[in-house]
Write a protein that binds this ligand. Structure first.
Ligand SMILES: *[C@@H]1O[C@H](CO)[C@@H](O)[C@H](O)[C@H]1NC(C)=O
Ligand SMILES: [Ca+2]
Ligand SMILES: [Ca+2]
Ligand SMILES: [Ca+2]
Ligand SMILES: [Ca+2]
Length: 282
């Protein structure tokens, strides 16, 4: 009598087929491709690399599957066996600042079931420029700032990685500041003292450059307002004033008008007058 119900051999059969399936997962094939390739670009000929018979690709329903993403980055052309890109692969949105960017792809064939694991290593392309957060940085620095004083500037960012990210900065030549950059800390260093009375506003052009080829850059204008310090004394319009007046002049007669000016700003430039060493009789 035939037993159509539960067979004690069945679990064994599943177990065996599981082992077979595992064996069908072949060793990793890995391909290195640049990001942002045009759609339909040929990555590699899979049929050739895997020794597959081109004539059976269609009947075996060869297809690619992706792990953990609904996007289809690539596809297989059933008539040529080529692995081709099927949509934009943007390394930045896929992997951000990660130093390595790998997309896992499974190539599946049926009848008999065959699985190949492919790794696509997405290489960075220099498609982003260094960017400062703002176009303009406003700074106020007092003219009494000492030589060697440092003023930090927010660094630029570049979405690319490695050499394609920010590599150096350059400051337009000017009379007062030089640049100090270490491990992405960017500082202006006062090289020659400021003088508000000579120049009260300074514009500096700062450029960030990446190390890609071709190189990309981004700029920011640093607008420095020089604040006043009380570093000027009032100066009279003449060193010596001479006046003569008749001896019978009445009190309150104007003897002479003197005037002094001060190059500083605000209260630092206000001038008051005071006579010293004058005896009551005078
Ligand atoms: C497959 O490649 C051939 C030859 O390059 C091309 O003519 C055909 O359009 C491709 N098929 C698909 C579905 O992309
Ligand atoms: Ca990109
Ligand atoms: Ca890039
Ligand atoms: Ca870049
Ligand atoms: Ca001053």
């Amino acid at each position: 009598m035939r037993d159509k119900g539960f067979s004690p051999l069945r679990p064994l059969f599943f177990f065996a087929s599981f082992i077979v399936t595992l064996h069908l997962v072949n060793g990793d094939l890995s391909y290195s491709i640049p990001e942002e390739m045009k759609r339909e670009s040929v990555i590699e000929n899979l049929a050739k690399d895997l020794g597959l018979d081109l004539r059976t690709l269609s009947s075996r329903k060869a297809r690619v599957d992706f792990e953990g993403t609904r996007k289809r980055y690539c596809d297989i052309n059933l008539s040529t066996g080529d692995l081709i890109t099927s949509e934009r692969i943007d390394r930045e949105s896929l992997c951000g600042k990660k130093p390595s960017c790998v997309v896992a792809v499974d190539l599946v064939l049926e009848n008999p079931l065959e699985l190949h694991r492919l790794s696509l290593h997405i290489q960075d392309v220099n498609d982003n420029s260094p960017k400062f957060k703002e176009n303009l940085i406003e700074m106020e620095i007092r003219e009494s700032a000492e030589k060697g004083n440092r003023f930090s500037i927010e660094e630029a960012h570049d979405a690319d990685i490695g050499q394609n990210a920010v590599q150096r900065y350059s400051l337009e030549k000017n009379d007062n500041f030089i640049l100090a950059v270490d491990s992405n800390k960017v500082e202006l260093v006062l090289e020659n003292k400021l003088d508000r009375e000579k120049q009260k506003e300074i514009n500096l052009l700062l450029t960030a450059l990446d190390g890609g080829s071709p190189q990309r850059s981004g700029t920011v204008v640093i607008h420095v307002t020089v604040l006043d310090a009380n570093d000027n004394a009032p100066v009279f319009s003449q060193a010596v004033y001479e006046a003569s007046l008749p001896e019978n002049s009445p009190p309150d007669t104007i003897v002479i008008t003197v005037s002094a000016t001060d190059a500083d700003e605000g209260v630092n430039g206000d001038v008051t007058y005071d006579l010293s060493h004058v005896s009551d009789d005078d």
